[in-house]
Design a binder for this molecule. Structure first.
Ligand code: PBG
Ligand code: ZN
Length: 328
């Protein structure tokens, strides 16, 4: 049937009609809020992050009170990023696997004082003196990010997070074999119920720039292109995700989200695992900036998050979670 028998506008004729025919809905349970926690910060002295309007670095106490506030508004889960004291960083990223490290202590407090699902980012870059996500081999000006040697360190980080009570560990380093290395270490130590959310298709993206300012994790030399994916590659994302699934990942993640909606969709079509998408710092900051100067209105926040959901994401890691809990 064609026009005039078929009229698509019937489905849009009133707010109520539009409400009941809506195909995609954004729920509070879909959102994971990233929170930055900095060692050595005084309570009450949260630090504004200039490149991420509305985001701050918190002390553990302040982060927990903020988390409680958001939990009251319906937030269900957080992902914790830590910043150790600058002078404790070393070649191996030791503060990342200290039992009383900033993330480990924060996890304990969140688990004691809230019912939030606590996810921890597992990586070395915020903790290494060179800022890379793995160990470095240096040779007269040349350097290489070592793969296999890094795995045991990542597994150690994940184990200390699980011991502290993390519900989910999320490796973001992009070393080959990290999921199985982490799974084996967790299982051997009695943490077979700790989930792994793997940053499976993590691209070497310029949209991470504000995050690197936020947590001071930019590599001091070189870039991450030898381990993060080339933004031009889509089929390779399927291979990455398949390996993570075989190695034991419980959730597959795509990162960034908005410039990679096709990747979210193809992982959703290809795999039966839950799919998460990371609406990264650059995606947050460009929309915030657009709203601040008046080029955009706040409506673009939900519209862009809905696009991520519509592409197939079951979960969305987003700094906008705090902004929209009252609106969905
Ligand atoms: C580091 C890490 C990055 C992000 C999360 N974990 C940045 C990077 O790979 O340099 C990016 C998050 C964001 O931009 O919001 N392993
Ligand atoms: Zn890293």
């Amino acid at each position: 049937m064609n026009f005039p028998d078929t009229r698509m506008r019937r489905l849009r004729k009133s707010p109520e009609i539009r409400d009941i025919f809506r195909e995609t809905k954004l729920n509070k349970e879909d959102l994971i809020y990233p929170i930055f926690i900095k060692e050595g910060l005084e309570n009450g002295a949260k630090e504004a992050i200039p490149s991420m309007p509305g985001e701050y670095r918190y002390s553990i106490d302040d982060a927990v009170s903020y988390g409680k506030e958001l939990e009251k508004k319906g937030l269900k889960s957080i992902i914790i990023f830590g910043m150790p004291l600058e002078d404790t960083k070393d070649e191996m990223g030791s503060p990342a696997f200290a039992k009383d490290g900033i993330v480990q202590e924060a996890i304990k407090r969140f688990k004691q004082e809230t019912n939030l699902v606590v996810i921890s980012d597992v990586c070395l870059c915020q903790y290494t003196s060179h800022g890379h996500c793995g160990l470095l081999k240096e040779n007269t000006g040349e350097f290489e990010v070592l793969n296999d040697e890094t795995l045991e360190y990542l597994a150690k980080v994940a184990l200390t997070h699980a011991e502290a009570g993390a519900d989910i560990v999320a490796p973001s380093d992009m070393m080959d074999g990290r999921v199985i290395a982490i799974r084996e270490t967790l299982d051997k130590n009695g943490y077979e119920n700790t989930l792994i959310m793997s940053y499976s298709a993590k691209y070497a993206s310029s949209f991470y720039t504000p995050f690197r300012d936020a947590v001071c994790s930019a590599p001091t030399k070189g870039d991450r292109k030898s381990y993060q994916m080339d933004p031009t590659n889509a089929r390779e994302a399927i291979r990455e995700a398949e390996l993570d699934m075989i190695e034991g990942a419980d959730v597959l993640m795509v990162k960034p989200a908005l410039a990679y909606l096709d990747i979210i969709k193809s992982l959703k079509d290809e795999f039966d695992l839950p799919i998460a998408a990371y609406n990264v710092s650059g995606e947050y900051s460009m929309i915030k900036a657009g709203i601040e100067v008046g080029y955009l209105t706040e409506d673009v926040i939900i519209e862009s998050l809905i696009s991520i959901k519509r592409a197939g994401a079951d979960l969305i890691l987003t700094h906008f979670a705090k902004d929209i809990l009252d609106k969905i």
